[in-house]
Every structure is written in structure tokens, then in C-alpha cells.
Write a protein that binds this ligand. Structure first.
Ligand code: ADP
Ligand code: MG
Length: 365
């Protein structure tokens, strides 16, 4: 089921009574979620992710704009008539019901020709429980399950009616690191197997990048960029997106363009044809640094962390806006730690240049 948001806007009265005006939680969102895809809504806390999801689910009403499921305008429909499955960060299971009863719950109020017999409900519950791999736990109560298992039950309950759209709001945030990784791969598998159009909300860029067909990067209720994860990582439209994606983060320097050359301080670090003379921010991805004794970028060496496959070189530079620069180098290189300085040359496609005034990316030719 394709989902279309059309000029979707949600305003709230300002909670802080001292400040006048209103909060625009979702500001004029227009985009299409293709049928059968998993899209990640990504951005820092407060950027409007949950509000967007609540608008799609119908739990909240938009101030203006429309939502379509396929060709149907569902903007005025209550949640129970939209055919959605919802999963939240806190699993919200019924504590007094078993796993089976929790999964069956949404099936019990089906009416008329959709009404199911007890046997049919049990059969459906088992089928879904197998899909999320909790079919061995059907008679337990939620308190007898781990966090990861509880979240699987919540996912099973959201799937049992075969929703048209599955909506997940930070579903992994309460799980420990290993379970988070495992469960996100599970969600990906289940989504692929069922082919249900899915919206996955997270503030964790790594999570969004790894699980999504497409990510929507948001800030302060405004969409910054939409695209395939790799495409957004490789071609960030502005400084915010460049900084939000990637671990270790991109290193940002103050610099300038003069006559087709890019400078940090007095050092020319690269040629850049096609960008007018101006002050700029220069973002360099950690994998964009090449150890090079004759390289143009000279940094103060602080340490070397050996990670097995890679080495992380930690250094500083007066022109760098963050406390440290983390560059990732293949461990085939031998890095001497007996020096105070380290020199790099740069991979041009890993260096992004942004206007200092608008923070939008400037592309050369
Ligand atoms: P996220 O899920 O990305 O953390 P939210 O969608 O929850 O962000 O919130 C977006 C903005 O809208 C925030 O500034 C938040 O304070 C505000 N907001 C959310 N819900 C309400 C509400 N019911 N009343 C007033 N303001 C709200
Ligand atoms: Mg939220």
C-alpha cells in the first residue's frame, strides 16, 4: 500500500506559556512512501517524528494537508478504520493476558463477515508468532519474557490483522545494544517477508541507515532530505544532514575558497573548480583522509586507536570546529606515534563544502 503525505502540517499551541505563538511540529510534509518499502523517519528528539507517525495512524489530526493510503483519502478516518499496525517503544502489552491472548486481542472485535472463530484466531496467532519466532512462548505472561521477546509480541499483535501499513515508533529504544541489533535485523526480515509498507521512527542514524530503503531526515519539523541511505550519506544537502549521519561523525573545518582552491588557514588542501570565492565550512568524512607525509593537511596527533581491521587516528587542528578529528585508515598502514604531527591528503568525494551563510552544500564541477 503506497502512502502519500500531501502538504501535511501539525501545529500545537506552545506549551511554554511565557512564549507566544505555536510549535510547528510537522511543517508542510509532502512525500510518497512507495508500496512495500520500509522508510526511516530520522532526526533528533523533538523534530516531529512521532507527530508524523501519529498523523499517519490517525491518533492525531493534521492542522492542514492530506494523507492517502493508495488512492484513498484517509485524512478524516479514525485509526481503527485505517488498517494500521502500531508498535511503540514501551511494548504496551496487557500484563494479565498470555502471549497468545495478547496477539489475538485485535482479532476479537472483528464484526460481521470478518468475525473469526476461536480456532481461526488461534491459527492466525500461531502463524504470526512463528513469523516473529515466539511460537514457543504462547502461554507465558509478558512478565515472564525478556524485553526483546516482549517487543516481538507487540510486533506480532500489530501484524495479526495484516495491516495495510505498519508504524513503528522507536521500537528498539528499550532494548540493550545486542538485542537492538538483532531485533532490527528481524524487523527487516519480517518486513521483507510480509511486504507491508512500513514507517520506522528512530533518532539513531545507524539504525535508520541499516534498516531503511529510504530515509527522511528531519529537523525542527522540516524535512531536510529524502533518499536512499547511501545516497544521503554521500550527498548531504546541508551541514546538518552531513553532521547527523555517520559514525565517527564528519569533521567540520572553517575555510575558504579562493580562485578555485580550497583553503584551511593558509594551507591549500584541494582544487575546487566551479565554486565562487567565499568563506565555507568543509566537512571531511573519517574515511576521506589518506595518510601522506607530503599531504596538505597537517594535524596535531593525539593518539592512535587500533580496531583490528582499521586504525582510528585522533588528531586536532586549529581550523577544526570539533574537539578532535577522527580519521579511519586501513590497518595496512603503519602509523608512527612518536611524532607530534600527522599529514593527510584527502579523497575529494569525501570532502563536502558548505556555504558559511546558508550552510547549504556547494557543489563544484
Ligand atoms: P520526536 O518524536 O521527533 O521527538 P515529537 O513529534 O514528539 O518529536 O514532537 C515535535 C514537537 O512538537 C516538539 O517540539 C514537541 O514538544 C511538540 N509537541 C508534540 N506533541 C505535543 C502536544 N501534544 N502539545 C504540544 N506540543 C507538542
Ligand atoms: Mg518521538
Amino acid at each position: 500500500m503506497k502512502v502519500v503525505l500531501q502538504n501535511l502540517t501539525k501545529k500545537f499551541p506552545n506549551r511554554n506559556k511565557k512564549e507566544a505563538g505555536e510549535v510547528i511540529a510537522v511543517n508542510d510534509f509532502t512525500f510518497e512512501i512507495p508500496d512495500g518499502k520500509l522508510i526511516g523517519l530520522l532526526g533528533p528528539s523533538g523534530c516531529g517524528k512521532s507527530t508524523t507517525l501519529n498523523l499517519i495512524s490517525g491518533l492525531q489530526k493534521p492542522t492542514s494537508g492530506k494523507i492517502f493510503f493508495g488512492e484513498d483519502d484517509v485524512t478524516g478516518l479514525p485509526p481503527e478504520h485505517r488498517g494500521i499496525g502500531l508498535v511503540f517503544q514501551n511494548y504496551a502489552l496487557y500484563p494479565h493476558l498470555t502471549v497468545r491472548q495478547n496477539i489475538i486481542f485485535p482479532l476479537q472485535n472483528l464484526k460481521g463477515k470478518n468475525k473469526l472463530t476461536k480456532e481461526q484466531m488461534d491459527e492466525k496467532a500461531l502463524e504470526i508468532a512463528k513469523l516473529v519466532q515466539i511460537d514457543g512462548l504462547m502461554d507465558r505472561k509478558p512478565s515472564e519474557l525478556s524485553g526483546g521477546q516482549q517487543q516481538r509480541v507487540a510486533i506480532a499483535r500489530a501484524l495479526v490483522k495484516m495491516p495495510r501499513v505498519l508504524l513503528l515508533d522507536e521500537p528498539l529504544s528499550n532494548l540493550d545494544a545486542r538485542l537492538r541489533l538483532q531485533t532490527r535485523e528481524e524487523i527487516r526480515r519480517i518486513q521483507r517477508e510480509t511486504g507491508i509498507t512500513t514507517v520506522f521512527v528512530t533518532h539513531d542514524q545507524e539504525e535508520a541507515m541499516s534498516i531503511s530503503d529510504m530515509i527522511v531526515v528531519m529537523k525542527d519539523g522540516i524535512i531536510q532530505q529524502i533518499g536512499a541511505p547511501q545516497e544521503v550519506y554521500d550527498n548531504p544537502v546541508n551541514l546538518f544532514v552531513a553532521k547527523f549521519l555517520g559514525t565517527p561523525p564528519i569533521s567540520v573545518f572553517e575555510g575558504c575558497v579562493r580562485a578555485g582552491k580550497l583553503y584551511i588557514g593558509d594551507d591549500c588542501i584541494m582544487d575546487v573548480a566551479g565554486i565562487d570565492d567565499q568563506d565555507v565550512y568543509i566537512g571531511i568524512r573519517p574515511e576521506g583522509f589518506i595518510l601522506d607525509g607530503d599531504g596538505p593537511l597537517c594535524c596535531d596527533l593525539k593518539g592512535v586507536e587500533v580496531m583490528g581491521r582499521d586504525i582510528t587516528i585522533v588528531s586536532t587542528h586549529d581550523g577544526c570546529m570539533s574537539d578532535e578529528i577522527r580519521s579511519i585508515i586501513s590497518s595496512d598502514y603503519k602509523v608512527s606515534v612518536n611524532t607530534d604531527q600527522v599529514r593527510f591528503s584527502l579523497k575529494p568525494h569525501k570532502v563536502h563544502i558548505f556555504s558559511k551563510t546558508t550552510e547549504m552544500r556547494l557543489s563544484g564541477n
